[in-house]
Design a protein around this ligand. Structure first.
Ligand code: FPP
Length: 246
């Protein structure tokens, strides 16, 4: 039976975060350049977004480019940025038709200006869409984000806008780039690596982690459904005992 039919749709995670990993290895397996893997990764993005929307997931966040990825060979970085621009260009119409809002987190100003412009336009165009919020983490790292938030809080304390005693977990969260999103309940990483790689460190505090050996270009909606079904079999205790939960 397909995993889709076994999912309890009344208990969906509100927010699923994904580390799309394995594009390079997928390409290498076929004797192709790494960029070929990224291009095929776009097909996996499309199918996963469609699957999430079809199921009724409200928030999907994809790690598309990390701060550390800037150190990759220049050719690969340029190709990835081109791919981003062309994908956003091509897919904005589909996002509108499917009522999907495009959002982005990370040091967006570090992106090439054409990429930043395309992204901003697509975000503005889709801002009113309500079915699913698709967030791309771009030029993103969690330590960068937490450092930025700390600086802003410090500046607000110095300016007298807030007092030291106002600093709570909720206030800290409100200074993060994810302030409009609930914390992810489920984080999926492909390609068999068991790491978080500087991704949403604060927000993933209580997330369930799901790892699959599938390389990202092979990932499809049925794999998303399998991960969600697996998540639904788990007991989330948030530090309590099993008896307290039941
Ligand atoms: C990780 O695989 C993947 C990336 C760094 C880029 C992800 C980008 C895409 C899927 C395409 C563009 C996405 C959007 C949202 C338009 P890797 O290169 O680290 O693979 P490896 O670990 O096998 O080397």
């Amino acid at each position: 039976m397909s995993f889709r039919n076994q999912i309890n749709v009344s208990k969906l995670p509100d927010h699923v975060a994904i580390i799309m990993d394995g594009n390079g290895r997928w390409a290498k397996e076929q004797g192709k350049l790494r960029v070929f893997g990224h291009k095929n990764g776009v097909l996996a993005v499309r199918d996963t977004v469609e699957g999430a929307a079809e199921l009724g997931i409200k928030n999907l966040t994809l790690y598309a480019f990390s701060t550390e990825n800037w150190n990759r060979p220049k050719l690969e970085v340029t190709a990835l940025m081109e791919l981003l621009v062309s994908t956003i260009n091509k897919e904005t119409k589909t996002l509108m038709e499917n009522n999907v809002r495009l959002n982005a987190i990370g040091n967006l100003e570090a992106l090439p200006s054409r990429c930043y412009k395309e992204l901003k336009e697509a975000m503005e165009k889709t801002a009113g869409n309500t079915r699913l919020t698709l967030t791309l983490a771009l030029s993103y790292s969690s330590r960068w984000e937490i450092t930025q938030a700390s600086k802003k809080i410090a500046a607000d304390v110095v300016a007298g806008n807030i007092k030291e005693e106002d600093i709570t977990e909720a206030l800290f969260s409100s200074y993060l780039s994810t302030h409009q999103l609930p914390d992810p309940e489920l984080m999926i990483r492909t390609s068999g690596e068991h790491r978080i790689s500087n991704y949403l460190l604060w927000q993933l505090a209580y997330a369930e982690l799901y790892f699959t050996n599938k390389l990202w270009p092979d990932f499809r909606r049925e794999d998303l459904f399998e991960a969600i079904f697996n998540y639904q079999q788990r007991e989330r205790r948030f530090g309590l005992t099993s008896e307290q939960i039941s």
